[in-house]
Design a protein around this ligand. Structure first.
Ligand SMILES: Cc1cc2nc3c(=O)[nH]c(=O)nc-3n(C[C@H](O)[C@H](O)[C@H](O)COP(=O)(O)OP(=O)(O)OC[C@H]3O[C@@H](n4cnc5c(N)ncnc54)[C@H](O)[C@@H]3O)c2cc1C
Length: 373
C-alpha cells in the first residue's frame, strides 16, 4: 500500500491484488489493534538478515521520521509506549484509512488470488482466480507465512523461486513458546501471571514482560527472545532483573524474624511462590543457611528452561528468513535477475525486532519500490 501510494503520486497506473476482502488486515490487528507503526530507533541493528546492510538504504530513503510525518499529515493521534515506539492512539483503522486515501486512484482487486505469472517481452501476465492482467512492473508484497487466517500464503516465495531467486530457510518468529506438558502440569496455576523479566538467550539479553499461559510462555520478552531461538536452545529467565536475590536476602537476614516468603511476597504472587519457592513458606530467613539462600536465589535470578517448540506460524507475528536479498537491489528493491520485478516487506529475508520495526521495514521498502517502478 505504501508502494502504491508512492507510485500513484508519480502518475503511475496501479492495480493492487489481494485475496483478502479488505486491504491491510495485518495492520488492522497489529499492536493489539493500535498498530505499532514505527520506531524512531529503526536501523540495521534492529533487523536480522543474512545480508545485514541490506535494509540501510530503504530505511534512509523513507525513515521512521518520514512515517511519523505521514501519520501527522493525516492527523493520526499517536502515542509512544517506550521512547520512539509509536502506536495509533485510538485504532489502527486511522492508519488504514490514511493509506486507502493515498491510494484512492489505484484499482483494487480484492478476493483475488494471485495464482501464477509469466514474463513477457514487455512485462508480466498475471493469472488470478478470476482475472488475467498485464503489467509492465510487478511488485511482490505478499508478506510471509505468519497468520494464515489473515491471508498469509507462500505465493511470494513461489514467485521468487520461479524467477530464479533463492529462499533463506523460513521459521516462525516473534512467537510464544510451548513448554513440556509435564512441566505445564505444575505451572498451570501460574496461567495469566505477567511480570517483568530479563531473558538471556544465545548472548542476547531482553528486558520486558513475560506471561504464563495455558501452553507455556508468551509476552513481549518471550516473543523477542524467539528471534534468537533454535530448537534445543534454553532460555535463562531472571524474575528479578533489577535485584540480586542473594544480596537482598543476605542484607535482610540479620534484621528479619520473618518467614522467607514474606520477602518474596513484595514481588510475586502466592501461586508463583508456591511453584518456584515452596520451601520459603516454612523457612525463616534468619535461620536459613547462605548455601540454601543461594539455591533459592538462583531459582529467581536464573530459571533455565528449554521450550519444546514455538507456537508456529499461526501465532507468529512474523516469518524470519525469506527471499535472499543477494539478487535484489537495496536502492530500489528491484530484482537483479528480472527487470521490473520488485520485492518489498516481510517476504524478503529481513526480520525486525518487536517494537514497530517490521511495519517500518514494510513501509520503507514499499516506498522505495514505489519510487522506482
Ligand atoms: C498479530 C500481529 C501483530 C503485529 N504487530 C505488529 C506491530 O505492532 N508492529 C510491527 O512493526 N509489526 C507488527 N506485525 C508484523 C507486521 O504486521 C508485518 O511484518 C507486516 O504487515 C508485513 O507487511 P507486508 O506488506 O510485507 O505483508 P502483509 O502485511 O502480510 O501483506 C501481505 C498481503 O498479501 C496478501 N496475499 C498473500 N498471498 C496472496 C495471494 N496468493 N494472492 C493475493 N494476495 C495475497 C495478503 O492477503 C496480505 O494482504 C504484526 C503481525 C501480526 C500477525
Amino acid at each position: 500500500m505504501m508502494c502504491a501510494a508512492t507510485a500513484v503520486k508519480r502518475g503511475k497506473k496501479i492495480a493492487v491484488i489481494d485475496h483478502n476482502p479488505k486491504a491491510l488486515q495485518k495492520v488492522f490487528v497489529s499492536g493489539g489493534g493500535k498498530c505499532n507503526f514505527t520506531n524512531l530507533s529503526a536501523s540495521k541493528e534492529h533487523y536480522i538478515s543474512s545480508n545485514p546492510n541490506f535494509c540501510i538504504s530503504a530505511l534512509k530513503q523513507f525513515s521512521p521520521q518520514d512515517m511519523l510525518d505521514f501519520a501527522n499529515k493525516h492527523k493520526i493521534k499517536t502515542y509512544q509506549k517506550t521512547s520512539g515506539q509509536f502506536f495509533c492512539q485510538k485504532s489502527s483503522t486511522f492508519l488504514i484509512d490514511a493509506l486507502l486515501e493515498e491510494t484512492s486512484s489505484a484499482t483494487f482487486f480484492y478476493n483475488t488470488v494471485f495464482k501464477d505469472f509469466n514474463i513477457t517481452s514487455n512485462g508480466f501476465i498475471i493469472l488470478t482466480n478470476n482475472e488475467k492482467l498485464h503489467c509492465t512492473s510487478l511488485v511482490v508484497s505478499c508478506g510471509g507465512l505468519s497468520y494464515p487466517n489473515l491471508g498469509a500464503s507462500s505465493v511470494g516465495y513461489d514467485i521468487a523461486k520461479k524467477s530464479g531467486h533463492k529462499i533463506i530457510p523460513c521459521k516462525p518468529t516473534l512467537v510464544p513458546f510451548n513448554l513440556d506438558p509435564l512441566l505445564m502440569k505444575n505451572l498451570i496455576n501460574l496461567q495469566g501471571i505477567s511480570l517483568p523479566v530479563e531473558i538471556t538467550i544465545n548472548k542476547h539479553s531482553i528486558k520486558d514482560d513475560l506471561l504464563f499461559t495455558h501452553f507455556g510462555i508468551s509476552g513481549p520478552a518471550v516473543l523477542q527472545s524467539s528471534l534468537y531461538w533454535e530448537k534445543g536452545n534454553h532460555l535463562n529467565i531472571n524474575f528479578l532483573p533489577q535485584t540480586d536475590a542473594f544480596s537482598l536476602l543476605k542484607s535482610l537476614k540479620n534484621k528479619s524474624k520473618q518467614k522467607l516468603n514474606t520477602v518474596f511476597k513484595a514481588y510475586f504472587s502466592q501461586n508463583f511462590i508456591n511453584y518456584f519457592l515452596p520451601e520459603t513458606n516454612s523457612l525463616y530467613l534468619a535461620e536459613t543457611s547462605d548455601k540454601k539462600l543461594i539455591e533459592i536465589s538462583s531459582k529467581i535470578n536464573n530459571w533455565t528452561i528449554t521450550p519444546s517448540s514455538t507456537r508456529g506460524y499461526k501465532s507468529a507475528e512474523v516469518t524470519a528468513g525469506g527471499i535472499d536479498t543477494k539478487y535484489i537491489s537495496s536502492q530500489t528493491m528491484e530484482s537483479k535477475l528480472i527487470k521490473n520485478l520488485y520485492f518489498t516487506g516481510e517476504v524478503l529475508d529481513i526480520t525486525g525486532e518487536l517494537g514497530g520495526f517490521n511495519l517500518q521495514w514494510a513501509f520503507s521498502s514499499g516506498y522505495v519500490a514505489g519510487k522506482n517502478l
